[in-house]
Design a binder for this molecule. Structure first.
Ligand code: HEM
Length: 200
């Protein structure tokens, strides 16, 4: 498949463009996360949460420093930490620094889109986790209503065409966030020792 350009067509909404540009990256990430952890058993789910925490921590940090308040999605790492505590698992070390180099308008929007858009996938994963875990596994992160509300508000900003420079910067940021998550999933950045106490 030909690579999708960072340049959006004038009539294309930013959301459509971002989805097309990162579709392959999303599929890779989905597969990598299922391979690295999945959520078929309690310890798999704990590892999934640990990977999510390790990956999100530096991105939440980047947004806090660089994004305006209305582009800072609700923090997910405290919710993940709560779920991990309920599973008896320590919070992992964060992944290495996330950075985008020279700031450009659109970076924060693209970054926020990836984090908030992942709530759509989380909703589907939450259903599977409820079924597999018999409703016993903690889902503060997967079921976070605040992130879903943020996502609904963000839609107004992305379901419209964006100026080309903003669309290009948003796409670069979104690609970087997916690459960051993929690196964490593929290297299993969350240290195994944090998972030793996970109940089988
Ligand atoms: C772990 C396995 C994952 C699965 C099974 C999954 C599944 C999904 C599904 C089913 C959707 C489409 C929902 C819909 O159109 O109604 C979706 C969208 C999305 N996911 Fe994932 N996802 C996963 C991981 C991730 C991760 C880790 C991220 C972010 C780092 C992410 C970011 C997104 C984004 C940005 C969208 C698109 C939002 C939009 O429609 O504009 N996903 N995911």
């Amino acid at each position: 498949m030909a690579p999708v350009s960072d340049t959006a067509k004038p009539s294309e909404t930013l959301r459509t463009h971002l989805r097309a540009a990162t579709m392959v990256a999303h599929d890779l990430l989905d597969h990598a996360m299922q391979a690295a952890s999945g959520w078929q058993q309690r310890q798999d789910y704990a590892r999934f949460l640990a990977l999510q925490h390790a990956a999100r921590a530096p991105i939440e940090g980047w947004l806090k420093t660089h994004a305006p308040g209305d582009l800072c999605p609700p923090l997910q790492t405290p919710l993940i930490a709560r779920d991990l505590a309920e599973l008896g698992v320590a919070v992992p070390a964060p992944a290495p620094l996330f950075t985008l180099g020279r700031a450009a308008p659109g970076h924060a929007l693209g970054t926020a889109w990836v984090l908030a858009g992942s709530a759509l996938g989380n909703r589907a994963i939450a259903k599977a986790v409820a079924r597999i875990g018999g409703g016993e596994w903690p889902v503060a992160f997967l079921g976070d209503g605040a992130m879903m509300s943020f996502w609904q508000e963000l839609r107004a900003r992305i379901e419209r065409p964006a100026p080309p420079a903003e669309a290009a910067a948003a796409t670069q940021a979104a690609e970087a966030v997916f690459a960051h998550f993929l690196a964490v999933a593929e290297t299993g950045h969350a240290p195994d020792r944090t998972l030793e106490s996970a109940d089988a």
